[in-house]
Structure formats: structure tokens, C-alpha cells
Design a protein around this ligand. Structure first.
Ligand code: TRP
Length: 477
């Protein structure tokens, strides 16, 4: 069997278009919503440093591997894995990697869409000037109470959450149905730069708050005890959480980046494009932290406030700064757009596969996938209200107070993505012929770079992932 030379789904119009799309996939709620609250929950600097190490030593090599696989296979991750396994004379079982990615994609999209719905819900809230009252409130406590109450009123209302979740999925379906150039590419061209500029404006605001340096200190002061202990008790999962976050933020381990690689023009360099994506993604996460933690400390909030952290801090900033209602509205619109450009990459692997079977049009495939994710998403919608007491794994101490949403998040981010990444690394560096891999990097001028990457992917990356897993199940303690 010969590999297809081009993808039947089309191609990016240029290398830059791929960078924008992959950055669009990577930059999203993971950077602005998840990274700050995870950093807050796991005590700051030590979490950040482990995260950055995982980005550099595990994330970057795996992203290059994923793009390479896609670029060679030119089809959905399921068919790419099948074709490449066949090419090297290996078992069809490698297809499972594609399948697990499709499942992880659905599960992630199911909660991603609900949280993105929160961002949508905050758009009219900011536009109406609801948060301008915070500057008149007498004490920091009153401010904290106000934003807390507003957030709880939203997540406590299943119908409102459902409506926003539904709206988010419908727009996602519309964008994905538009196809590679018409839908995906057009959307990300302008929204990434706009989001970035707005983040810089907010960093400016954060620098004007009294506790800016406390925020910086929290993020960069490395204290491993804070990562490894919570309220005096040892916790195994801090390092795993940082690694999972690296996978989540870079969109790795489930085929998003692989399928985008399949649409990459043949001559584009893999190394340069992926490095650009990784740098942009990391920068946005760090900026988000530099915005949020100074606001946390300047207003007497707690960094470990959990999933609502961003929604309880940024409105304070917008309530106090000049033209805050305007900036706030624009910010939440851009956050929703960034979420869309990520969401589309979560179902693209499944949609591409359905289209390749020849039984579905792009439109019907997209509607089917969107509907499925919407349905699973109900579990997350209700996790914050009517099902908030359902803790399916409460008999296990480490999962004691995890809701359905928490469990889906944990299963995908901390287990499925790193495992997917592990097998991608093994496949590329141990199963595929080195010559074939090296051929795909022909357009990269830097041979030393290739050797370093190959070495990392062969030894350090799988070893790193393995050690983190072993650490989590308590082997080293
Ligand atoms: N990376 C995106 C974010 O940070 C989310 C995302 C898109 C993703 N595609 C993915 C996460 C694939 C894991 C796997 O918001």
C-alpha cells in the first residue's frame, strides 16, 4: 500500500497558516483558565518549573513527532497510524492509538465546551457593566464576595450552563463543517494576534496593582514542598498534574496536532513550525499567570480557589480599570474564540476519519461528532449543580471528592494524553525506520537538531513519562 501524497481534506495555504492553526489549537482555555488555577492549586513556582521542563523535554519532542506522523500519513490519526504501521510491517494494533485519541477528544471537548460556555456567559455580564460596582465596594472582602456570588450563581444554574454549552457546540460544528481553509484557517488568522494584544494590556493593569511582585514571586519561587504537600498531607499527583497540563496545553497525545500535520504543505519545516507554536503557547500561559496572581493577592483572594479562579479575578480588574467594561467584553469574546479554535481541533480527528470511511459528508460527520460531545457534556454541566454530590470513586482516598467533571478531566489530561504521547514517542523512535523519519525532516537544515530530537524521543521523553507515572502510583516512596 502506498501512502497518500496529499490529504483528501485539503491543505493549509502556507506554513504560516499551519502555525496559526496549531497555535489556535494549543492556545485556549488550557492557558488562560486551567494553567492559572492549577498553578494556584499546586502552590506556584515548583508546579511552574515542572510544567516548563515537561514542555521542553516531553512536549516539544512529542509535538514534532505528531506533526511528522501526520505529514507522512496524510490522513486522520486512525488511518495514519494504520498506514504507517503497515509501512514498517507492524501490527495493526497501532491503530488503537488513533482510536484512543478520538475518544479522548470527545471526552475533552465535552467539558471544554461547558467551560467555554462560562466565558460566553461572561460576555453580556461585562458588557452590561455589572462588575463596575467593585470599585465602590468598601472592603476587599466585599469584592471577593461579590465576584464569588456572581460565579456561583452561574454554575449553580443547570439551564443557563446548558444553554451556553449548546451555543458553543453549535458554533464549533459550523466552523469545523467549513473545512480546512474555509472554516479553520479563516477563524484563527486574526483572533490569535488580538488575544495576545489584550493580554499585554492586562499585564499592564496587573503591574499597576499593589501586589504585582507577590504574584510574580508566587509563580517563580520554587518550593517543592508546596507541590508535594497539601494542607500538611503528602500528595502524589502534583508532578503528574504538571505533566498532564503540558500535554493539555500543547494539544498533544490525542491526534489534534497529528491531523493538523496531515494538512501541512509537503516542503514546510517541522522543527521551526512546532517550536514557534510551543513558544507562543508557553508565553500565553505565563502571561495569564502574571495577570491573575497579582489580582488574587491585591484583592485578598485565594490562589487555590479552583476552577472558578479566572472568573473571580479578571472581573475585578475589569471593574476597576478605565474602559474596563469594554476591555472585559472584548476579552471574554476573544477567550471564547480561542476556545473555539481549540475545540475544532478536538473533533477534527474523528471528523476526518468519518469522512475517510466514505460514508459521511463533512457536514454530517461534524454534526454527529458535535452531538456526541454535547451529550457527554451534560455530565459536566450537572457536575456543578444537581449532580455535585455524585462522587463515583469516593471509596478511593485520592479521588474522594472528585465529581464526574473532575474524573473526566483527570482521566483524559493525566492519563490518556500522557499515555498517548508515550506510545507516539515509542512508535516514532523505536518502531518506524530511522531513515523514513529522517526523510520527513529533509527540509530542516539542522542535522544536529534532528539527532538531539531523535535521542530525546528515544530515551529521555519515554523515560520521563514513565517515571512520572511510577511516581504517581507511589513506587518511589
Ligand atoms: N490545548 C487546548 C487548550 O489549551 C485544548 C486542546 C485542543 C487540547 N486540542 C487538544 C488538549 C488536544 C488536549 C489534546 O486550551
Amino acid at each position: 500500500m502506498s501512502l497518500p501524497k496529499t490529504s483528501i481534506h485539503g491543505e493549509w495555504s502556507s506554513r504560516l497558516a499551519f502555525i496559526l492553526a496549531a497555535t489556535g489549537s494549543a492556545v485556549g482555555l488550557g492557558n488562560i483558565w486551567k494553567f492559572p488555577y492549577m498553578t494556584g492549586e499546586y502552590g506556584g513556582g515548583a508546579f511552574v518549573i515542572v510544567y516548563l521542563l515537561c514542555i521542553a523535554l516531553i512536549g516539544l519532542p512529542i509535538m514534532m513527532a505528531e506533526v511528522m506522523l501526520g505529514k507522512r500519513g496524510r490522513s486522520s490519526p486512525i488511518n495514519t497510524m494504520q498506514a504507517l504501521a503497515q509501512e514498517t510491517g507492524r501490527s495493526q494494533i497501532w491503530q488503537l492509538l488513533g482510536w484512543s485519541g478520538v475518544i479522548a477528544g470527545f471526552l475533552i471537548l465535552s467539558f471544554y465546551s461547558v467551560i467555554a460556555g462560562w466565558a460566553l456567559a461572561y460576555v453580556p455580564r461585562l458588557a452590561s457593566g455589572m462588575f463596575t460596582v467593585v470599585s465602590d465596594l468598601p472592603t476587599a472582602n466585599a469584592v471577593a464576595d461579590f465576584v464569588d456570588t456572581q460565579f456561583n450563581a452561574l454554575v449553580g444554574d443547570p439551564l443557563r450552563l446548558l444553554a451556553w454549552h449548546t451555543a458553543f457546540i453549535i458554533v464549533t460544528i459550523t466552523m469545523v463543517a467549513g473545512g480546512v481553509q474555509g472554516g479553520l484557517e479563516r477563524a484563527v488568522r486574526w483572533m490569535m494576534p488580538a488575544l495576545f494584544i489584550l493580554l499585554l494590556v492586562l499585564v499592564g493593569y496587573a503591574m499597576s496593582t499593589p501586589k504585582f511582585m507577590d504574584g510574580v514571586h508566587f509563580m517563580f519561587n520554587i518550593d517543592f514542598d508546596k507541590l508535594l504537600y497539601s494542607k500538611g498531607e503528602f500528595r502524589y499527583d502534583g508532578i503528574l498534574a504538571a505533566m498532564g497540563q503540558a500535554f493539555f496545553s500543547l494539544s498533544l497525545g490525542m491526534g489534534s496536532i497529528m491531523v493538523y500535520g496531515a494538512y501541512l504543505p509537503k516542503q514546510a519545516s517541522i522543527a521551526q513550525t512546532t517550536t514557534a507554536v510551543v513558544v507562543a503557547d508557553t508565553l500565553v500561559a505565563i502571561l495569564a499567570g502574571l495577570i491573575i496572581f497579582p489580582i488574587v493577592f491585591s484583592n485578598g483572594l485565594q490562589p487555590d480557589a479552583g476552577v472558578g479562579l479566572v472568573f473571580k479575578t479578571l472581573p475585578i480588574a475589569f471593574g476597576q480599570m478605565p474602559f474596563g467594561s469594554f476591555f472585559g467584553t472584548v476579552f471574554f469574546v476573544l477567550l471564547a474564540l480561542a476556545a473555539w479554535s481549540s475545540a475544532i481541533s478536538l473533533i477534527e480527528p474523528a471528523v476526518a476519519w468519518l469522512v475517510e470511511t466514505g460514508k459521511f459528508t463533512r457536514l454530517s460527520a461534524t454534526i454527529g461528532c458535535g452531538l456526541a460531545a454535547w451529550l457527554v457534556g451534560l455530565a459536566t454541566v450537572f457536575s456543578f449543580n444537581i449532580w455535585s454530590d455524585i462522587k463515583p470513586l469516593s471509596q478511593f482516598a485520592s479521588f474522594e471528592d472528585k465529581t464526574l467533571f473532575d474524573l473526566i478531566d483527570y482521566l483524559t489530561t493525566n492519563i490518556m494524553l500522557p499515555l498517548g504521547g508515550l506510545f507516539i514517542a515509542i512508535f516514532v523512535a523505536w518502531i518506524m525506520k530511522r531513515q523514513i523519519v529522517s526523510d520527513e525532516f529533509k527540509s530542516s537544515p539542522n542535522r544536529l537538531g534532528f539527532q538531539v530530537w531523535y535521542f530525546l524521543l528515544r530515551y529521555l521523553t519515554p523515560l520521563g513519562i514513565g517515571l512520572v507515572f511510577l511516581n504517581t502510583i507511589g513506587v518511589f516512596s
